[in-house]
Design a protein. Sequence first.
Length: 324
Amino acid sequence: MGWVLAGAGRAVGLLLLVAVGALIPLFGPRVALDGTGEAAAPGAGGIALLRTVLLAALCVPVGELFVVRLARRVPGGPRHPPRGWAAGAAAAGCVAALGLASVVATGNLLPDSPADIDVGGLYATRDGRLALLEVNAFAAVALCARSRRPLTQVVPLTAIVVAEALRAHPTVEDGPLVGAALTFVHLLCAALWVGGLLCVLRTLGTRAWRATAGAGAALLGLYARVAAVLLAAVTATGSWSTLRRMPPGTVLDQLTETAYGRALLAKVLLMAAVAALALRARLRLRHVTDPLDACAPARAELVVLGVVVAVSGLLTALPVPIRW
């Protein structure tokens, strides 16, 4: 009975977190733009929410593929992972991608009716083709996740990351290929980190892994070592991307006087909190025999990472800072 209540409590907590996380992209543009003199694009809140769903949907299958491979390296570890969420996440990502494609098909405006959507026009523009690629790729991920060879998800997932990297850096930008490469690495490492932590915590919560002495600690330790490298890569690529958009002499001013800078500052502070929680979980893991004792800070880390994903979705809907 207690197990059922605990499961229900986690479900309610997850729903509350999702509801709170949706408020950030929906109302974030208005808060971030207040007093900056900048104008938001029409429907910025809705677009930010769709981007948040798309990013979160990308993290889940990437993380599951990553952790399945880690689990195989654990000596004596169970070979039955928890029920996958990849297919459901990919379906949500496909819906979000369809919504974003409809925005592109109406000239980057929210459509008032289906008649406003020019589906054929998507093939005529770079952004339209990238939007269609993401829709088809998420549909392919959902099908591959249900197949007997889930590893085939790698191809459509890579296509999504490439499409997002190219979308974020139009050809009129200075050095678009460099920017796209930085975004590709940044997004891939972030998806591995966030999705991997989610899958590790779900795996450690299964009966098979709880009943196998030492296996849970070994899996969490393997993830922790890789996550440290991922954190370094995310920090390096994020910092480089920031300096490409904000010259060093203007960073401090733009962090407080532009909407993009304010959202970026919030993301940096959240990432500092994530790093502290990650360090605490790793230190606790060294001094406990039960890996579940180290899961409390890891769960808090995952919650903050979820907020980071929401802020990242918000960033994509805000005006790009001016190079002063």
